[in-house]
Design a protein around this ligand. Structure first.
Ligand code: ADP
Length: 236
């Protein structure tokens, strides 16, 4: 076992969350209770999706309202929340901290109570899962953007989080690796909150949220929600 990734889902709640960057309002009184296993988030550029995702791990603190993860206010208990929730964002450079691939994945487990041998085994498994086994000793700064994205995913998932929040995690990947990651994300026994432009990934989600101009414009099962998204954003 790890930190709770046993297939159960967490609860992520937004209670009256509003936010502005300077004078520019980007989220307007968001109320959400997310408990489903697989949740997709879609919306146009600049609609506020990344801001919403970043609030779940405290990278952005709301101007008003609260974000709660399993009852913990992220603004007050960020470290505890980050032990339960993994995050993978579009820019992998911001998440890679160690000089080599294997060290970077192992770094994720630095606070775990696992033995050295168990850490090694978990790291090996994670590297294999993401096709990085042959790159264990590779300097991280020499990886391609796509390899960095795979490394960021491996380093998050090695911790066996209860919930994984991904913001466009495959933008830098080639077709083969995009398929591999999509298949992994589909199978993982982890609660997934996935921001994506790949509409085909949303068709088998438990719930889809459409973010439009800083509001939740549609919310529900994939088919009617994506139909609404088409009307709203694509005007068809
Ligand atoms: P999305 O992920 O849907 O593209 P974002 O949440 O990234 O939307 O951005 C919403 C709006 O907030 C955009 O207009 C964007 O330019 C602005 N924005 C995002 N991050 C910042 C920031 N750190 N400082 C100022 N403005 C920002």
């Amino acid at each position: 076992g790890g930190t709770g990734g046993t297939g159960g889902t967490g609860e992520v709640r937004f209670d009256g969350v509003s936010h502005a960057y300077g004078e520019r309002p980007v989220l307007h009184t968001i109320d959400l209770r997310l408990t489903e296993h697989r949740i997709g988030v879609v919306g146009g550029n600049g609609s506020g999706k990344s801001t919403l995702a970043r609030m779940i791990n405290g990278l952005v603190t709301p101007d008003s309202g609260r974000v709660l993860v399993n009852g913990l206010d992220v603004a007050k208990h960020g470290a505890a929340v980050r032990r339960q929730v993994g995050f993978v964002f579009t820019d992998p450079d911001s998440q890679i901290v160690m000089p080599t691939v294997a060290e970077d994945v192992a770094f994720s487990l630095r606070r775990s109570t696992l033995s050295k041998a168990e850490v090694q085994q978990r790291v090996d498994n994670a590297l294999r899962q993401f096709g990085l086994a042959g790159h264990a000793d590779h300097p991280t700064h020499l990886l391609s953007g796509g390899q960095k994205q795979l490394l960021a995913l491996a380093a998050m998932l090695v911790r066996d989080p209860q919930t994984l929040v991904c913001d466009e995690p495959t933008t830098l990947l080639d077709l083969r690796n995009t398929r591999m990651v999509n298949a992994l994300l589909r199978e993982l026994p982890v609660q997934l909150i996935l921001v994506t432009h790949q509409l085909d990934l949303l068709t088998d989600m438990d719930r889809v949220l459409v973010v439009h101009e800083g509001r939740i414009a549609a919310d529900g099962p994939p088919e009617p929600t994506l139909a609404r998204y088409h009307e709203l954003v694509l005007g068809s």
